[in-house]
Write a protein that binds this ligand. Structure first.
Ligand SMILES: [Ca+2]
Ligand SMILES: [Ca+2]
Length: 268
């Protein structure tokens, strides 16, 4: 009973009243928030039962490991937030370079609200990506998580020290209070920018999962993610880590399995 109550408390993380959209990818692209912001799949997406070790992961995740695949949600005014939390579970392989050149190097997008499909900088109103490669003249850090917000006072970019390209599930989150932007990886603060002002710039482009911020001459969004994504949740307030989706604990789970395996071996 105590265990059941504990699990119930953990499960409350996904019931926050300020949820704008929540894509659980339980074999579909629907929004479980009740706001009707359902998505649509594009390209060779699949669903995968290999999910994060989290009580909030459900039993299915989005496999977006192919090139050109992504989930799109039509623009809606509900996405035009001035304070928010964007979070997701993500798993990227150690080698996660897109095989199609036109997909583009740079940073592969996990989830973001696109502002414009044209070329340029800070085309996402807000978003989270993972750096793929370090090209000449860039400040990209392979495996680092990057978050951007387009503000009327100038675009900002946050970067994690932690690298997540280890083929394990991680939780990533970007919060913005209107003056402070914070990037979290696995519930830990990785970067903070304070003293911000102005407003978040918005446009009528879609909210995207697994693809980037520029539909070039090929009409496909560049910076396509080569990895898995799950439980993309957008909230209209700045959540604290205790309110995030329950962060995966792969090392603990692995240790538990190893301990169990050791116990079983000793019994033979
Ligand atoms: Ca799920
Ligand atoms: Ca992909």
């Amino acid at each position: 009973m105590r265990c059941a109550i504990f699990l119930l408390l953990l499960g409350n993380a996904s019931l926050h009243g300020g949820t704008v959209a929540h894509y659980r990818f339980e074999n579909d692209y629907t929004d479980s928030s009740g706001n009707g912001l359902d998505g649509a799949g594009n390209g060779a997406l699949a669903f995968d039962s290999n999910v994060a070790a989290s009580d909030d992961a459900g039993s299915s995740a989005l496999n977006a490991t192919a090139d050109f695949d992504y989930v799109s949600v039509s623009h809606n005014a509900a996405f035009e937030l001035q304070t928010f939390t964007l979070e997701a579970f993500v798993r990227v392989p150690t080698q996660y370079t897109n095989t199609v050149g036109t997909v583009g190097p740079n940073s592969q997008y996990i989830a973001h609200k696109l502002r414009s499909t044209s070329s340029g900088s800070f085309l996402s109103s807000y978003g989270i990506s993972v750096d793929q490669s370090s090209s000449a003249g860039s400040n990209l850090q392979p495996g680092a998580v990057r978050a951007t917000i387009a503000l009327s006072t100038g675009g900002i970019s946050l970067t994690s020290n932690a690298a997540i390209n280890d083929n394990a599930w991680h939780h990533v989150a970007l919060t913005f209070s209107g003056t402070v932007a914070t990037l979290y990886v696995d519930g830990r603060v990785e970067d903070v920018i304070g003293g911000l002002g102005g407003s978040v710039l918005h446009g009528d482009a879609p909210f995207l999962v697994g693809s980037g911020n520029f539909a070039g001459s090929t009409s496909v969004f560049r910076r396509n993610l080569d990895g898995w994504v799950d439980e993309v949740r957008l909230t209209n307030t700045t959540l604290s880590p205790s309110e995030f989706l329950v962060v995966p604990e792969p090392s603990t789970a692995l240790l538990g399995c190893l301990g169990l395996a050791g116990l079983l071996l000793r019994r033979r």
